[in-house]
Design a protein around this ligand. Structure first.
Ligand code: FAD
Length: 615
């Protein structure tokens, strides 16, 4: 029997990132997936990043993960979303060439040391003394490991729906994972059903592009990876069309034939990514919705119409797409469909994404009730790292809400569970002024270096950047200038008579580094990238000092670890409702307990006193 330190099951976005993370740690890792060609496949939208999601990609990259670098190579249109708003809520996004993304992800995976790709379907686990200790493939091959990361996406008992037709499938063109789902039943985990959908793919050669408004990318692309310098793929524009009253009438008249509306699907869908049927029903007063026509690749005539995912019958899909301007003679290459699948209530997991009741088993990605490539990859990173650390007999790593969006997501999932597919938004992060996409490296790369998962190039780049920032900060904080000198340099700030350092002056939104050079020519030597970074740091410095108190409180609560087996029923005075909620969620620390629905300050004090007594 072959043996690895870690087995990762599934080569989607969670699986690829998990396998790379474990291998970067030095753990021998097997990535077992149904098909080698499926590594890096984007099941739905050919795009990476966006609001909140772009932050996750930057954080994965800061930990030396792969998604950001691959997306930069595959990016065919880059846009920084919320460009006019503050840096804290700006999100880098790129439309990706599907084929290049897949090719580059496979190539990265094949080249990674300590990582072996094995093609096959896992149908069973090896379980020893109650712990998962390996995987069994459909051809009978057995592979043992100290830890297993399961990242099977939408494949567990997946059912594809188009109109009133339903068939088993993991996604279009792939078989579902049914044997493994049956095996998972034996672990007695809390399971549920979720659904998601995708639009029909259109043939770009049958679209009248000249009738459409065009949307180009940013002139100066903002890339994902702190290591990338330029994009290599050729850049494209998207077309924009709109649904209209006729489109809505066609959809309304056929609602009962939609899988989602005709009562064929029980699972809950993503509220923030509604199907066109949902939009027409929920926003009945709107007579039009925007549809972005996004090419799936620079040399590919397949077009992804963003905004019209559907589970209506194929002929209705053709009728409604043809009702839109520019699409009057369009042909559909692949119909839109909905998919329903099993997920595990993520409250069954701890902050390392390990299943509390099944030692050795970690879960990451869509299987945990999330939606999106970035959410999946970020979980993969955490599960892969912890599986590797477990195999090496080392202490686990967790991410705090105060230091990363990764921490926010995992805390949300494991504390609150999900009622619909979970996706990341900047509004989910209470410390978003400090958790910016631009400073993800400053927040997380030191952790990656300490863990030993950052490569040489990453370490050198990061250290060089930090030393340049330190140099700039030394000059910027050395002298404080009087109002007269500030005014003489043409800098307009409120005059309250106080002296201000260069860094303090940069906190004023209208003051740039270039203004400060008038006052201190020494700053001329600071290069543009460092100037922009210091400007962003200065803009939020004031708020971050104020946030620090809340962050310190959170950290203090996080330090009160609650043992996995803690008996909540033994706390007299705690309501039965809270006893039950805490027993289901099993928060890992006091901070997580505080965020459980219905938790009160007095219940927390009670819990804390019991924790102190038992420690
Ligand atoms: P996946 O990318 O699904 O990868 C799972 C992998 O596991 C596959 O490689 C598969 O081959 C492998 N696998 C499964 N079972 C086994 C087994 N037994 N043995 C070996 N290998 C196995 N996201 C959005 O953000 N917005 C959307 O609108 C959206 N719409 C979607 C619509 C559809 C129809 C689908 C299918 C997905 C959609 N997604 C959407 C979700 C997005 O594709 C996923 O969130 C993301 O791909 C999840 O990544 P993952 O790694 O968890 O799983």
């Amino acid at each position: 029997m072959k043996h690895f330190d870690v087995i990762v099951i599934g080569g989607g976005h969670a699986g690829a990132e998990a396998a790379h993370a474990s291998a970067r740690l030095g753990a021998s890792t097997a990535l077992i997936t149904m098909s080698r060609d499926g590594i890096g496949v984007m099941s739905c939208n050919p795009a990476i990043g966006g609001l909140g999601k772009g932050h996750l990609v930057r954080e994965i990259d800061a930990m030396d993960g792969v998604m950001g670098r691959v997306a930069d190579k595959a990016g065919i249109q880059f846009r920084l979303l919320n460009r006019r708003k503050g840096p804290a809520v700006q999100g880098p996004r790129a439309q990706a060439d599907r084929a290049i993304y897949r090719r580059e992800m496979l190539s990265e995976t094949e080249q990674r040391a300590n990582l072996e790709i094995i093609e096959g379907e896992v149908t069973d686990f090896i379980v020893k003394k109650g712990s998962v200790a390996g995987a069994i493939l459909s051809d009978g091959m057995e592979i043992s490991a100290a830890a297993v990361v399961l990242t099977t996406g939408t494949f567990l008992r997946g059912v594809i729906h188009i109109g009133d037709r339903a068939r088993s499938g993991g996604r279009m063109g792939d078989r579902a994972s049914v044997d493994l789902a049956n095996r998972i039943d034996s672990f007695d985990l809390p399971l549920g059903r979720l659904k998601t959908g995708t639009p029909p793919r259109l043939d770009g050669r049958t679209i009248d592009w000249e009738k459409l408004e065009s949307q180009p990318g940013d002139a100066e692309p903002v890339l994902f990876s702190f290591l990338s310098e330029a994009t290599s793929a050729s850049q494209i524009s998207c077309g924009i069309t709109h649904t209209n009253e006729k489109t809505h009438d066609i959809i309304r008249n056929n609602l009962t034939r939609s899988a989602m509306y005709g009562g064929h699907i029980d699972g809950v869908g993503p509220r923030y990514c509604p199907s066109i049927e949902d939009k027409v029903v929920r926003f009945a007063d709107k007579t039009s919705h925007q549809v972005f026509l996004e090419p799936e690749g620079a040399d590919d005539h397949t077009i992804y119409p963003n905004g019209i995912s559907t589970s209506l019958p194929e002929e209705v899909q053709l009728e409604y797409v043809r009702s839109m301007v520019g699409l009057e003679r369009v042909e559909i290459i692949q119909p839109g469909y909905a998919i329903e699948y099993d997920y595990v209530d993520p409250r069954a997991l701890d902050l390392t994404l390990s299943v509390r009741s099944v030692p050795g088993l970690f879960l990451a990605g869509q299987i945990n009730g999330t939606t999106g490539y970035e959410e999946a990859a970020a979980q993969g990173l955490v599960a892969g790292l912890n599986a590797g650390l477990l195999a090496q007999g080392k202490e686990s790593i967790t991410f705090s809400r105060s230091e990363s969006y990764i921490g926010v997501m995992i805390d949300d999932l494991t504390t609150r569970g999900v009622t619909e597919p979970y996706r990341m938004f900047t509004s989910r992060a209470e410390f978003r002024l400090s958790l910016r996409a631009d400073n993800a490296d400053q927040r997380l790369t030191p952790i990656a270096i300490a863990l030993g998962v950052a490569g040489t190039k990453r370490i050198e780049r990061f250290q060089a950047k930090m030393s340049k920032i330190d140099d700039a900060m030394a000059i910027l904080t050395k002298d404080a200038y009087a109002s007269k000198a500030i005014e003489a340099a043409g800098i307009k700030v409120s005059q309250d008579g106080s002296k201000r350092t260069g860094f303090e002056l940069l906190a004023f939104p209208d003051v740039t580094f270039e203004h400060l050079i008038n006052i201190n020519p020494e700053l001329e030597i600071i290069e543009p990238e460092i100037r922009r970074q210091v400007e962003r740091d200065a803009l939020y410095a004031h708020y971050i000092v104020r946030q620090k108190r809340d962050i310190d409180l959170l950290r203090k609560d996080e330090a009160h670890i609650i043992p996995t087996e803690f008996d909540y029923n033994s706390i007299d005075g705690l309501s039965n409702e809270l006893k039950s909620k805490l027993s289901i969620s099993r928060p890992g620390n006091l901070s997580q307990a505080a965020r459980i629905d219905g938790m009160t300050p007095s219940a927390l004090t009670l819990l804390l006193s019991h924790l102190k007594r038992d420690s």
